[in-house]
Design a protein around this ligand. Structure first.
Ligand code: ADP
Ligand code: ADP
Length: 244
C-alpha cells in the first residue's frame, strides 16, 4: 500500500524569446493525495497543466517549489530511493503502441519487469507470473496472448498489455494518463472498467488524468478540475460540476 502526495506544488517553465525570458506558471500551488483503493481524476482542458503533473510524477520534471511525498517521504531522484519509487508508482499512457517494441512478444514485454523486480525467480516461475498478469487484465487464454507480437493485437488488447506491464512490479499507485483517448469509442469502457476492477481488487491508488469529465465522473471517487494550472474545483465525483 502506498500513498502519494503533492504538497503545494508549483512548476514554472522559463520561456526564451531572443534575449528576453519570461516565466509561464504551468502548475500553480497544487495539492492532492492519492490513497489506496481510490481513484482520483485530474480533469482539465488542453494546456491546463495535466501533462506537467504527469511529467513530475515520472520525474522528468522537478517542481519549482513544493514537494512530492511517497508514504510521507520526499521522493528521491537517485539510487535505491529512485528504484523504490519506480516500483511503487507505475504509469499507463495514451498510446500503448508507442511503448511496445514491435519485434518483441507480449511474453517478452511482461517478463522483463518481472525479472527486473524478482531476479530470484526461475524461468518457469517468470513464465507463470507472465501468464498470471495476462489473466489479471482478462486476456484469456493467456498462453495464446503471450506469444503474440503487438501488431497482432487490437488497440484495446495492447492497452491491456501496457496495464499488465505496469502491474508487474506490484505498484501501489497507478497513473493512467489519457488511457483510452486513442482507443475506439466502443472499447473505451472495457478498459476503464478493467482499471476500476484492478483498483478495487488490488487496493491500488489510481490517478486518472483526462479531459473527459463524463468518464471521470463515472470511474472516479474524487475529481479535481484543473484550469490554467490551478485546481479550481474538487470534491466527490457526483458533486463536481464543470463550469464551461
Ligand atoms: P495539458 O497536459 O493539460 O495539455 P501541459 O502541462 O502540457 O497541459 O501544459 C501546461 C502549460 O505549460 C501550457 O501553457 C504549455 O504550453 C506549457 N508547457 C508545457 N510544457 C512546457 C515546456 N517544456 N516548456 C515551456 N512551456 C511548457
Ligand atoms: P522475444 O522473442 O520477444 O525476444 P524471448 O523468446 O527472447 O522473447 O523471451 C525472453 C524472455 O521472455 C524469456 O526468458 C521468457 O521468460 C519470456 N517469455 C517469452 N515468451 C514468453 C511467453 N510466451 N510466455 C511467457 N514468458 C515468455
Amino acid at each position: 500500500m502506498t500513498t502519494l502526495e503533492f504538497k503545494d506544488v508549483v512548476k514554472d517553465y522559463t520561456l526564451r524569446n531572443g534575449l528576453r525570458t519570461s516565466t509561464l506558471r504551468a502548475v500553480d500551488h497544487v495539492s492532492f493525495e492519492l490513497a489506496p483503493g481510490r481513484t482520483t481524476a485530474l480533469v482539465g482542458q488542453s494546456g491546463s497543466g495535466k501533462s506537467t503533473i504527469a511529467k513530475m510524477l515520472m520525474q522528468l520534471e522537478r517542481p519549482t517549489s513544493g514537494q512530492i511525498l511517497v508514504d510521507g517521504e520526499p521522493i528521491q531522484r537517485r539510487g535505491a530511493g529512485l528504484r523504490r519509487y519506480r516500483k511503487a508508482v507505475q504509469m499507463v499512457f495514451q498510446d500503448p503502441f508507442a511503448s511496445l517494441n514491435p519485434y518483441h512478444t507480449v511474453g517478452h514485454h511482461l517478463a522483463r519487469p518481472v525479472t527486473l523486480h524478482h531476479p530470484e525467480l526461475s524461468k518457469a516461475q517468470v513464465r507463470e507470473r507472465v501468464l498470471e498478469l495476462l489473466r489479471r487484465v482478462r486476456l484469456d487464454p493467456a498462453e495464446d496472448y503471450a506469444d503474440r507480437k503487438p501488431h497482432e493485437l487490437s488497440g484495446g488488447q495492447r492497452q491491456r498489455i501496457a496495464i499488465a506491464r505496469a502491474l508487474a512490479p506490484e505498484p501501489g499507485i497507478l497513473v493512467a494518463d489519457e488511457p483510452v483517448s486513442m482507443l475506439d469509442v466502443s472499447i473505451r469502457l472495457g478498459v476503464l472498467n478493467l482499471l476500476a476492477t484492478l483498483q478495487r481488487e488490488e487496493d491500488l491508488g489510481v490517478l486518472y488524468i483526462t479531459h473527459d469529465l463524463a468518464t471521470a465522473r463515472h470511474f472516479s471517487d474524487d475529481i479535481m478540475v484543473l484550469y490554467r494550472g490551478v485546481v479550481v474545483e474538487r470534491g466527490p465525483a457526483d458533486d463536481v460540476i464543470l463550469n464551461p
